[in-house]
Design a protein around this ligand. Sequence first.
Ligand code: FES
Ligand code: FE
Length: 332
Amino acid sequence: MRSYVDAFSPYWHPVAFSHELTGAPLAAHLLETDLVLWRTGTGVAVTHRRCSHRGADLSLGRVTPDGLRCGFHGWTYGVDGRCVRVPSQPGAPIPAGARVSAFRATERYGLIWVCLAPEAAAPLPEWPELEDGSMATVPLPLLDWNVSAGRMIEVVLDVAHLSWVHEGTFGNPEQQEVPPYEVERRPTGVGARIVYPALAPAMDDMPPRVDRTTLTYDVTFPFAAKLAFKPTLFYVHTVYAIASPLSEEKMRCFYFASYHPRLRNHFPDMFVKSELAILEQDRRVLEGVRPRAHPLDFAGEVHTPADRLPIEYRRGIIALRLGRPVDGPAPE
Ligand code: FES
Ligand code: FE
């Protein structure tokens, strides 16, 4: 079986919000690999972070018209990772080993995505509503959790935990049963729709309020989840959680919401505050789950029909990991 790193290298993963990368190089990490990013005239360059000369950290260097210049002795690397300048030996040929591995990067949805393999096995998620100007977006601070990327997406998809883990934010302890729901399995992901009687806690003079909220789940393999919340009497807002695998047991989640621009005076602040409280509830539970690695089977856990959505998601991830079609037969 392929290692975790080999299995997920041929996919696009976000490594930074676009707004984080300015004129200076930026350190990043993905699938046990230290990376450095920098802006070029035409896009974003990404290479290994260790200088081939004497191992300095290239994110401490400087971006020049010729490429990224190491801060230790000035060796400069182009976007293809080849060293183009060795200032201490200006007349001599560039040594053959003077290079760092270079990778592909692209920018979309306000994120910088990197693929560590020469060819991507799947395109980026398709979220056209983020590109047609109809919605505004607000990011959350990065979520660096000791949780595997697959388990993070599973908790986003977990219907049964809402009434337990999210009590006090929007969970409704009166609604413990999970009614049957359908899961749509696609070659690129899974989806489902449920109606949940969300309970908004009492606030100021307002009594607690129940709203039958439609939750629409839509995952793109391997680790990008979109979840739309449509209250009966209010605008929809949608959260996007993209778990970037730092290693098999650790992820950095890029999390943001889209919302109707008319809400711009209130939504961003309200969303960030309440979503951070909700996510903290998830983090406390999730960091305690064992094994930390996302299981490659269903043997060590007991599942029920209420868990169907995370189960179907896991089936897809197991298939990817084993190199099988994602909508093939269920693994043993
Ligand atoms: Fe980078 Fe010497 S370590 S130039
Ligand atoms: Fe949750």
